[in-house]
Design a protein around this ligand. Structure first.
Ligand code: SAM
Ligand code: SF4
Length: 335
């Protein structure tokens, strides 16, 4: 591979340095979470999806351009055949300080130890309910027990950090806010609440199920002593420490607190589309550059550098609109 620079090259028109990529390695998933997908999904044909080698090449190129953090996501990344190969391949890459993973946890019982060995530092596991029947209703196909076993396996594997991701929805799981936090405290892990985002057409009106993180914070403050933390991942989450515990609570609030001014990331879909913003359509296609120039990274590098000029100022989510802000599902872009 050519062109490995050491200084950050990815700076957008607003002066934001991009040093974090989220790479979706599949749009497929063994769950069909109601806020994320429709019940009947058509997934991308295999030949339109990046090979694992192409994923590894992209990560190398981005790291060469100053990216130091990579999150592998999906769809469900761990249902992709041989996903572990990718983690092993990029896990030891010089300059990649943080290799992290977002997963629904269903495959973790089998894979946690190997992922840790491959170099995954931190892991986010989605968990929206502690009630098996409800968990099934929200995920449509998921088994709570498998995910709980996955969380235990992740704890045993010894990742630097484990964080639960919860999307609260009125009428689905908002009455479990406190029990989910208490579970995180018992398990000595962190938890983040993500406000539901209007991505893709789903079966419910998102305006009706929306739960504001401001309300969630107020509720939790009435149950626990929360200490504001200045900790930041350079991203959207604001953190609070729960007094007398190991647990931090994060709030990812695209509606109640816009987070775009400090955005440091871009997203790459499993089809090689580089999206400059989760909530906008601006993108460039990396797949043709990968496939037409298998041994020359220069066209790819030039296109990535150029893309910084079209990174939008911010998203434009508005739950009062009936139509989704963007047509593609979160599972397409990679959460
Ligand atoms: N399958 C993995 C999982 O569920 O963790 C990784 C991909 S998933 C798209 C990444 C994260 O996006 C999950 O935490 C999920 O809860 C969240 N998510 C999906 N659709 C969302 C939406 N419409 N609004 C907010 N969060 C969403
Ligand atoms: Fe699958 Fe994750 Fe979307 Fe749920 S949130 S359907 S687990 S990709």
């Amino acid at each position: 591979m050519n062109n490995i620079s050491t200084t950050p090259s990815l700076v957008d028109q607003f002066g934001r340095v991009v040093d974090y990529i989220r790479l979706s390695i599949t749009d497929r998933c063994d769950f069909r979470c109601v806020y994320c997908m429709g019940e009947d999904m058509t997934f991308s044909p295999r030949n339109e999806v990046l090979s694992l080698e192409e994923c590894a090449r992209l990560v190398r190129v981005f790291v060469g351009l100053g990216v130091s953090k990579v999150r592998i996501t999906g769809g469900e990344p761990l249902v992709r055949k041989n996903a572990l190969w990718l983690f092993e391949d990029i896990g030891q890459l010089k300059g990649l300080n943080e290799l992290v993973l977002t997963t629904n946890g269903s495959q973790l019982e089998k894979q946690a130890i190997d992922l840790k060995k491959a170099g995954v530092k931190r892991i986010n596991i989605s968990l929206d309910s502690l009630n098996a029947a409800r968990f099934k209703k929200i995920t449509r196909t998921g088994e709570l027990n498998k995910v709980l076993a996955g969380i235990q396996a992740a704890k045993q594997a010894g990742f630097d950090n484990i964080k639960l991701n919860t999307v609260l929805m009125r009428g689905f799981n908002n009455d479990e806010t406190v029990s989910l936090v208490n579970f995180a405290i018992e398990q000595e892990i962190d938890i983040s609440f993500i406000e539901e985002m209007p991505l893709g057409e789903v079966d419910h009106a998102r305006g009706n199920t929306f739960v504001s993180n401001d309300d969630t914070l107020k509720l939790l403050q009435s149950k626990h002593t929360l200490i504001g933390s200045s900790e930041t991942t350079g991203g959207p989450a604001r953190y609070w420490r729960v007094a007398n515990s190991q647990t931090k609570i994060g709030f990812i609030s695209p509606h109640s607190h816009n987070f775009c001014e400090s955005c440091n990331r871009v997203r790459i879909t499993c089809k090689g589309e580089l999206y400059l913003c989760l909530g906008q359509e601006d993108k460039i296609q990396l797949m043709p550059l990968l496939r037409h120039h298998p041994h020359n990274d220069e066209p790819l590098i030039a296109a990535i550098l150029n893309s910084m000029k079209i990174k939008p100022k911010g998203h434009d989510f508005d739950l009062r609109r009936t139509a989704p802000a963007v047509i593609r599902f979160m599972s397409h872009t990679g959460g």
